[in-house]
Design a binder for this molecule. Structure first.
Ligand SMILES: *Cc1c(COP(=O)(O)O)cnc(C)c1O
Length: 213
């Protein structure tokens, strides 16, 4: 078994002086027994990409550890929004109006406002989720004015076969244009570069928990 605590603490040390950077430990596919050592280290930010899996894994553990913040980093279907609040404190994958509208309804119903990132299709890839760069400003404005969402920043998953740096630089520009201070970018292979370019939430899975099956 991977030494998850050792892996985790190495990354914590690496980012020790980056006070405004939060490490989201991505736990998808791993059972809670594999994650518990990191929870016991006092870590409070965890990410999952599937709603169903997260409900099964985190509903009771979140009651035992109320300081835990859960981050939804994967695609969110409109019909799952009712399960997402209030289980998830952060949503990183808002990328369409139908979803924005549904979250708007649900956050009133539940009296719970999640912190939300707008996912940007930064590599302009046909198959990938995310708002197109040209539509971003309009989408952002409607999210805050019409839907009253708590948009805290932008998120991206750069093309996997390319150097991430140029995409991270572009993300920072877009964030500054909208006056947003948080950016969710950087994964196991490129989180240090992401931090250099202004990331405030890095999403790291395999470098902590090992390869996924
Ligand atoms: C799985 C996943 C991660 C973590 O990826 P690693 O390469 O294992 O660090 C980060 N972000 C998203 C959106 C993911 O789905």
């Amino acid at each position: 078994m991977e030494n998850v605590v050792k892996n985790f603490n190495l990354i914590k040390q690496e980012i020790e002086d980056k006070k405004n950077v939060k490490l989201v430990a991505v736990t998808k596919t791993f059972p809670i027994s594999h994650i518990l050592p990191v929870i016991n280290e006092g870590h409070t930010h965890f990410g999952e990409n599937k709603v169903q899996e997260a409900m099964e894994k985190w509903t009771s553990i979140k009651q035992d550890f109320p300081k835990i913040n859960l981050h939804l980093i994967g695609k969110l279907q409109t019909n799952k929004v009712k399960f997402v609040l209030p289980l998830f404190d952060y949503i990183h994958s808002l990328d369409n109006f139908k979803l924005a509208n549904k979250i708007a309804e649900e956050q009133i119903k539940k009296n719970f406002k999640p912190k939300i990132f707008i996912q940007v299709n930064i590599g302009e890839e046909a198959q990938k989720g995310g708002i197109e760069i040209n539509d971003l400003e309009n989408f952002y404005k409607r999210c805050i004015e019409d839907f009253k969402l708590n948009i805290i920043g932008l998120m991206c998953i750069p093309p996997f076969d390319k150097d991430s740096k140029t995409y991270f630089v572009k993300m920072r520009e877009l964030s500054e244009n909208l006056n947003l201070k948080d950016i969710s970018m950087g994964m196991s292979d490129d989180y240090m570069e992401a931090i250099k370019q202004g990331s405030t939430f890095i999403r790291v899975g395999s470098k902590i928990f090992g390869a996924r099956g």
